[in-house]
Every structure is written in structure tokens, then in C-alpha cells.
Design a protein around this ligand. Structure first.
Ligand code: 13P
Ligand code: SF4
Length: 350
């Protein structure tokens, strides 16, 4: 049954309705205001478009609540990469930062990888480029290069291994003791890994993430003074990581302090017997922690530990991404093939 209806919106623009077109396609003509008039919001639209386009949404733990709520999967860098590797979807809308979408493109070259905002970068990934890494490698020609996943595809292509905060220690431990290691780009994660593995022949790039570098030992000490019974969960990119390990080894904590990736924090929040947790990472993760553990209290170490890059993505941009198939992230094959070796090694070490 075919029928056509002409509707004028509030600004006098003509909208076309045709029942032989499916409802989803018709609404794609509509502007946000018209969607509200129809009682449809971005969330409903995004959920419908995902089905229509056989797309999935992957969201990092730091994403806004409205984005996490429409995601098929929310997790840390490693879990998102693994999910990208196994999905049957044709399109992945990657709600995270650019290097994460690049990683998905390298792992799944046949899929369309979209990022809702191309300006969603990473201050840490920007601290080293491929030319700088090439020069560094020349100074240490026999070294094994271990790159944190927060790097561009060009840098990954020059690396032997990738790692994330959840498997960095295991990756370094898997390398024969006698081999020098160039670890990049995060100096706090590097110092943490060197301390845990007792590795002496590890050279560390002096990069940092502006959000985590701002979480300092004074912040931990301030919290320690009042919250003796809380579990302290610290991301290894924080500048306070080493001092936290020091406090822990001196027995300054009534309970233990834990250096964890974002997903490690989620697991710990579920399994610990503590009722109160101090969270030393980007504040976006608190939404998921509180949602999944309503009986527990989560206290951000700093309310302003906010990554402006992660927060560039919102529901409206996710909707735009699905409607217009933007913005595609595609790593060229010659770079992707080399980078994939390093990423595959990361995925093999859980
Ligand atoms: P995770 O690997 O722990 O998710 O961290 C990624 C990141 O960008 C931290 O700032
Ligand atoms: Fe990069 Fe830091 Fe933002 Fe993580 S929090 S994406 S490391 S800038």
C-alpha cells in the first residue's frame, strides 16, 4: 500500500512521507526538531539505525553516559579491540579517540570504521611520531619496541609489540630478559612496568597524558587522610602511580591500593569486599561503575580529571555518524599490515 504525505516543519521546510519507504529512511529526512515533534529522540533513532545498517557501537569507559547507553559494548582499549576483531557487523561506530578507531581499522580492514568526531584525538598519542621513533630506534638498533596502544598507526607500524594498560606487564615479561626494550609513549606506565617487572634494560619515552599526569601524589595523600577504609584504584598513566606503590609497600593503606586499567577497575569494583572506592582516572568511568554497583560508593580523586577528547563525542554526533556514514577511519594497507603484527601480539597476550 503506497501513500505519500507532505508535511511542513516549523521553518516551512517540506518533509516527505511515503509509507512504502520504511519509517527509518523517512525520518532520515527530518531535522532534530522534527524528530522531537514525532516523539523520537536520538536514542531511538540510533538504536533503529544500528539495526538497519548492521552496525555496532563500541564505547570506551570514558564516554558520556548518553553514548554508553546506546553502545553494544563498553570497555577499555584492549576489550574494545578484541570486540572489533570478533564482530559480524558491517560497520563499527567507534566512540573513543582516533587511535582506537585506527586500531579497529587495522584489525578489521573489511569493515567500515566510523568515528563520530575526527577531532577526538589523544594528547598522549601525540607525544611521539614515526620520525621520532625511527631516530630512537637508530640509537638502540637491537632493542624491542613496545608501544602502548595510545599511539598512531604509523608508530605501531614501527613497533614489535603493542600493549594496553591491562597487559603491559605481561607483554614486557614475555620478552627475553637480555633484550633491551624501548617502551613508549607513557612514562608513568613505563615506570610502573619497569618497577613491577624489575627490568633494568628498559628505556622509556617521556610522554604523558594531560589528564592522568594531573593526578598527583598530593591528591592521593589528601584522600588517604580521610578515607582510610576505601580501596584506591589507580590507572597506571597517573603521575601518582609510583608513589601509590610506595605507600602500599609501606602499609599506609588500611586496605590495598590497586594499579589497574579501566576494565581492571570495573572488575575490581565488582569483586572487592570494600564498600568505598577512590577512583584515580578519567571521571567518565564513574557512570558505569555506579550503574553496575549501586550498593557501592565511588569517589573521583579529582572532579576535573576529564578528557576533552573523549567528551567531543555525544549522542547527536553518533546519530550523525550513522545517518551520513561519517567519519570513516581507514589505515592504508602498507601501514596497517605492519601495525597488525604488533597488535596481534598484543591480542595474543591476555
Ligand atoms: P585503558 O586501556 O585502560 O582503557 O586506557 C585508555 C586510555 O586512553 C587511558 O587514558
Ligand atoms: Fe588520551 Fe589521556 Fe584522553 Fe586517555 S585520557 S584518551 S590517554 S588524552
Amino acid at each position: 500500500m503506497a501513500s505519500i504525505a507532505f508535511i511542513f516543519n516549523g521553518e516551512g521546510n517540506l518533509l516527505l512521507n511515503c509509507t512504502t519507504l520504511n519509517v527509518v529512511a523517512w525520518i532520515s529526512f527530518c531535522l532534530p526538531k522534527e524528530m522531537a515533534m514525532l516523539g523520537l529522540d536520538y536514542k531511538d533513532r540510533v538504536l533503529a539505525l544500528k539495526k538497519e545498517k548492521n552496525a555496532i557501537i563500541l564505547a570506551h569507559n570514558y564516554q558520556l553516559p548518553e553514548v554508553q547507553d546506546v553502545a553494544d559494548f563498553v570497555g577499555d582499549s584492549l576489550a574494545l579491540s578484541k570486540n572489533a576483531a570478533t564482530t559480524d557487523a558491517d560497520t563499527i561506530v567507534f566512540c573513543g579517540v582516533h587511535f582506537m578507531a585506527e586500531t579497529a581499522s587495522i584489525i578489521c580492514p573489511d569493515k567500515r570504521i566510523l568515528i563520530p568526531d575526527l577531532e577526538a584525538g589523544c594528547s598522549l598519542a601525540s607525544t611521539i611520531n614515526s620520525h621520532e621513533l625511527e631516530s630512537w630506534k637508530k640509537e638502540h638498533p637491537d632493542a624491542i619496541v613496545v608501544s602502548y596502544v595510545n599511539t598512531t598507526a604509523d608508530v605501531k607500524a614501527l613497533s614489535d609489540y603493542c600493549c594496553t594498560s591491562s597487559n603491559a606487564v605481561k607483554v614486557v615479561n614475555s620478552i627475553p630478559e637480555g633484550r633491551e626494550i624501548l617502551f613508549l609513549p607513557d612514562m608513568f606506565l613505563g615506570a610502573y612496568v619497569a618497577e613491577v617487572t624489575k627490568r633494568k634494560n628498559m628505556y622509556i619515552w617521556p610522554g604523558e597524558c594531560h589528564v592522568h599526569a594531573g593526578i598527583k601524589s598530593e591528591d592521593i595523600n589528601r584522600m588517604l587522610a580521610t578515607l582510610k577504609n576505601a580501596d584506591f584504584m589507580v590507572h597506571p598513566e597517573c603521575s601518582c602511580t609510583s608513589s601509590t606503590l610506595y605507600h602500599a609497600s609501606k602499609g599506609d593503606f588500611e586496605r590495598q591500593a590497586f594499579v589497574l586499567s579501566t576494565e581492571g577497575m570495573m572488575k575490581h569494583a565488582r569483586s572487592s569486599r570494600a564498600k568505598q572506592f577512590v577512583v584515580a582516572t578519567e571521571t567518565g568511568i564513574l557512570y558505569r561503575m555506579r550503574k553496575e554497583n549501586p550498593d557501592r560508593e565511588f569517589i573521583p580523586i579529582k572532579n576535573d580529571a576529564v578528557c576533552k577528547y573523549m567528551k567531543r563525542i555525544n549522542l547527536e554526533k553518533v546519530h550523525n555518524s550513522l545517518v551520513n556514514d561519517v567519519y570513516e577511519v581507514k589505515v592504508p594497507a602498507q601501514v596497517a599490515d605492519k601495525a597488525k603484527l604488533a597488535i596481534d601480539r598484543m591480542l595474543a597476550i591476555i
